[in-house]
Design a protein around this ligand. Structure first.
Ligand SMILES: Cc1cc2nc3c(=O)[nH]c(=O)nc-3n(C[C@H](O)[C@H](O)[C@H](O)COP(=O)(O)OP(=O)(O)OC[C@H]3O[C@@H](n4cnc5c(N)ncnc54)[C@H](O)[C@@H]3O)c2cc1C
Length: 472
């Protein structure tokens, strides 16, 4: 049985949005656009400006191809999947990327590699799945983080190791952090240290909002795009092919073979791995319609700070930091003396360039670091985060009758886990990995009964989160 997943009108729109112009489109919105474009420029991120020239890739698809495995999307997930397929299963996959290597989230994030995935805490795993499954989940995430550390050691990506601070943004949060630390220790044997506001602000960073902090030993900051370029180099050296400027604009399945239509030719694949993150068009494949909620996140990087500013903020650590807001701030003192900080952004792509979102972020920075009020911002950008409707990712084959697999839904925690998701996706594509029976592997992404109205709900939730977050 065959089906066409992108109708001709949408496909024409896709081509129109891509053809002719490679200019970055700041208003791109995955819920509205038929696709992420065709050969588009990178977002104007600090990482793009400082990563150096992109390593060679295999250029656009220029003719019809027959392949065993096609991966859609060349972010961390797609590249890690191709790398593991080649290194661990002897399968030389073909990666199809609409724009440039890691054009999506993987060139826009905060570079915070955390020992986490999805948006739920370890105690929430216990509530959702019970202790046994939560323990297995912890092992999976920890194993992923260990692999991540191995890759970071192999790739030149300016690592800033040492751990992760979770900063209580209000005194009332300290009791919650203490309870979480106890669960980490008692249930998972995962050590951490609770620090008072005075100790944290004196010894690490003088964040004026900090009411204390929880330090976990795992956590590494990386240069987001140097990491992606490293994955690209390793994947191609292992035998993968990476075609950029090759958006999948149409998809038909004929006698079990997937015909992926790109501008330069049709790629016929026996199996397809979808690694398109929040940049997944509604029309890409029926199994994914309304399964991922794309949420915008804003990020900015200051100019190089003066010694006096650094002293005033007491930047004594380069470890990665997030605060405990639901609409959280994440930040880090970068190796070249700048501050990177990010948080929530607009709801729609059309509203993303509105300066009020950047102003909110600047105000958040100034609350934390009054000495930086008014400091010049050298880089600011935004990107879409793939949040699943139950806040946890999935790496799965949604229909066992179809050779279609995906790894999606990391909820803003994908820098480290995406490579483990790629490893698990590769196993599944290679017909292995059945022993890993966690719910994130055995169930597909859940839908949402009110999917068409999700953005109205998101507006209400943001208001609710804001009120809750800012309560004394
Ligand atoms: C501003 C921001 C800050 C973040 N900060 C952090 C952080 O500090 N720590 C953390 O853990 N996570 C963070 N994240 C999340 C993290 O970046 C992602 O989880 C991770 O990069 C996802 O990688 P991916 O490969 O799955 O998706 P992406 O990197 O988004 O790659 C998907 C790719 O698929 C391509 N694509 C889509 N459709 C098609 C098609 N039809 N044909 C061909 N190609 C297609 C896109 O062009 C894109 O390049 C952040 C995200 C954002 C936006």
């Amino acid at each position: 049985m065959g089906y066409s997943t992108i109708d001709s009108a949408a496909s024409a729109g896709f081509a129109a949005s891509g053809a002719g112009s490679t200019k970055y489109d700041p208003t791109y919105d995955p819920l509205v656009s038929p696709g992420p474009g065709h050969g588009k420029d990178y977002a104007p991120t600090y990482w793009v400006a400082t990563a150096g020239s992109p390593p060679p890739d295999d250029g656009p698809v220029t003719k019809d191809l027959d392949v065993d495995v096609a991966i859609i999307g060349a972010g961390y997930t797609g590249l890690a999947t191709a790398l593991c397929l080649a290194r661990e299963h002897g399968i030389k996959a073909v990666v199809l990327e609409a724009n440039r290597t890691s054009w999506g989230c993987s060139s826009r994030n905060g570079g915070q590699g955390q020992n986490a995935s999805g948006r739920l805490s370890r105690s929430q795993w216990i509530e959702r799945w019970g202790k046994d499954v939560a323990l297995k989940m912890h092992d999976e995430i920890q194993q992923g983080f260990d692999h991540f550390k191995e890759l970071v050691a192999e790739i030149d990506c300016d690592p800033q190791p040492g751990g992760h601070f979770l900063i209580a943004h209000r005194p009332r949060i300290m009791a919650k952090l203490a309870a979480e630390a106890k669960v980490w220790k008692d249930v998972f044997g995962y050590p951490s240290e609770l620090l008072s506001a005075q100790t944290f602000r004196r010894e690490f960073i003088d964040d004026h909002e900090a009411a204390g902090a929880l330090h976990e030993p795992e956590g590494i900051g990386v240069h987001a795009l140097k990491l992606a370029f490293g994955y690209l180099r390793l994947a191609r050296a292992a035998g993968a092919t990476v075609h950029t400027s090759s958006p999948v604009m149409g998809w038909e399945t004929i006698n079990g073979v997937h015909h992926l239509r790109t501008p330069g030719g049709v790629v016929r694949a026996r199996a397809v791995g979808i690694a398109t993150g929040a940049y997944t068009a509604q029309t890409l494949h029926p199994t994914l319609r309304s399964k991922v909620m794309p949420i915008l996140s804003n990020s900015m990087v200051t100019r190089v700070l003066t010694p006096a500013e650094i002293a005033a903020c007491n930047f004594r650590t380069t470890q990665v930091l997030t605060d405990t807001r639901t609409l959280r701030f994440y930040y880090r003192f970068l190796p070249d003396g700048r501050l990177q900080i990010g948080s929530r952004s607009a709801i729609t792509g059309a509203d993303a360039p509105n300066p009020r979102h950047l102003d909110l972020l600047k105000e958040g920075m100034a609350r934390k670091f009054p000495a930086l009020r008014g400091v010049e911002i050298d880089y600011s950008w935004w990107g879409w985060v793939d949040v699943s409707h139950d806040m946890m990712p999935r790496v799965c084959q949604p229909d066992p009758r179809q050779s279609v697999f995906y790894a999606l839904g990391y909820g803003g925690n994908g820098v480290s886990y995406s490579q483990q998701a790629g490893r698990r996706l590769a196993e599944r594509i290679a017909g292995k990995g059945a022993q890993h029976a966690l719910p994130i592997f055995t169930t597909p992404l859940p839908g949402h009964p009110f999917a068409p109205f999700r953005r109205i709900g998101q507006r209400m939730l943001y208001l609710q989160y804001f009120r809750h977050d800012e309560k004394p």
